[in-house]
Write a protein that binds this ligand. Structure first.
Ligand code: HEM
Ligand SMILES: CC(C)=CCC/C(C)=C/CC/C(C)=C/COP(=O)(O)OP(=O)(O)O
Length: 314
């Protein structure tokens, strides 16, 4: 009903909504994508090449627009399930503020624009990686895996892990082991990040019929898998230091952050089956966001300081 009330027919016969710029901005999933773009920025700065600052700004803008575009395509395809989940019901499409065809066109236009801009002005390796990431999130994860397997976010999470590799490729025109380790950190982080949330939102996913891990394997199994991923993530977070890419500053920061991650995951592992408040799962979800931001911020600080010291000593 809201859908009909809020729409009018334009000259070409399409239903046009009375959407605001803010509604279109919401389609870009700005809060999630801000952290995605930050990891791409760190990949770009960590690369051992000084990229022209204007090209760096263009690259980051293109990646941000591409990431947002993939969010819009995800919201277009998922409008049916978003409508039945309390967390997502007020998004622009299910609430009728934006018409599905508007979101689809918006997502497609921005996808092409971001990939072409990156390719023409920066380089085609970075552009190809961006195109692949958009495709992987919007098509492989959203249209296929999300509704078909509880491993959806393990495999689909690869899309969210590629941005530092895109940033690195934008600066260097190549992919390196160092950028692949940054990929690995996000890849291993994604399951505990998401399953912590899925534990306390499992009723939402159940109602929408989405086979998220807690709904398929049960809460106890999901808690064990979260803990297992945390145990692997913590040492992988320290790898960049062990491999000599960073100073001990990053190494110590990553170690402490990793110990914190295992601690929060341990609390989740020990949750009672009838724990309705799910405070440990909520705490792990919040900590996961702090962890990823802080470990990439430490990486950034490490390379900026190291470079400044090297220049001072030169
Ligand atoms: C397949 C992989 C992922 C899944 C399924 C996932 C899922 C989610 C979900 C469902 C939320 C809640 C969003 C909301 O309340 O609307 C969320 C929040 C968040 N995610 Fe993820 N996520 C994934 C990967 C990532 C990645 C790679 C990043 C960043 C590098 C990220 C950053 C965030 C941030 C910053 C939030 C908090 C947003 C807010 O406060 O509204 N996520 N994630
Ligand atoms: C550069 C580029 C293209 C980056 C894309 C990065 C990417 C794949 C991020 C995924 C993050 C995300 C919002 C997952 C939500 O899953 P969901 O869609 O199941 O969550 P929802 O229920 O909130 O819609």
């Amino acid at each position: 009903m809201a859908l009909v009330d809020k729409t009018s027919i334009d000259e070409v016969g399409f239903r046009m909504s009375e959407a605001t710029a803010g509604d279109f901005f919401a389609l870009l999933k700005p809060r999630v994508m801000s952290l995605v773009v930050f990891t791409a920025f760190v990949g770009l700065v960590a690369a051992p090449v000084t990229i022209n600052p204007l090209l760096a700004v263009i690259a980051i803008l293109a990646i941000a627009i591409g990431a947002g575009a993939s969010g819009a395509l995800n919201m277009w395809y998922d409008a049916d399930i978003d409508a039945v989940m309390t967390r997502t019901a007020s998004r622009p499409i299910p609430s009728g503020r934006i018409q599905p065809h508007e979101a689809l066109s918006f997502g497609l236009v921005l996808s092409v624009l971001s990939v072409m801009t990156l390719g023409v002005l920066v380089n085609w390796l970075a552009a190809t990686l961006l195109a692949f990431t958009i495709f992987f999130y919007a098509v492989v994860y959203t249209m296929w895996l999300k509704r078909s397997t509880p491993q959806n976010i393990v495999i689909g999470g690869a899309a969210g892990a590629i941005p530092p590799v895109i940033g690195w490729a934008a600066a260097t025109g190549s992919v390196s082991l160092e950028s692949i380790i940054l990929f690995l950190i996000i890849f291993l982080w994604t399951p505990p990040h998401f399953w912590a949330l899925a534990l306390f939102k499992s009723e939402d996913y159940g109602r929408a019929g989405i086979p998220m891990m807690p709904n398929v394997a049960g809460h106890a199994s999901t808690r064990r898998q979260i803990f297992a991923y945390a145990l692997v993530l913590a040492p992988v977070g320290v790898l960049p230091w062990l491999l000599g890419y960073t100073t001990p500053f990053y190494g110590v920061a990553a170690l402490l952050l990793g110990v914190g991650f295992v601690w929060y995951a341990w609390k989740v592992l020990g949750m009672a089956d009838d724990d309705r408040a799910m405070k440990p799962a909520k705490a792990l979800f919040a900590y996961s966001l702090l962890y990823l931001f802080a470990i990439f911020a430490a990486y950034l600080a490490d390379c900026v300081v190291e470079r400044a010291l090297a220049m001072g000593g030169a």
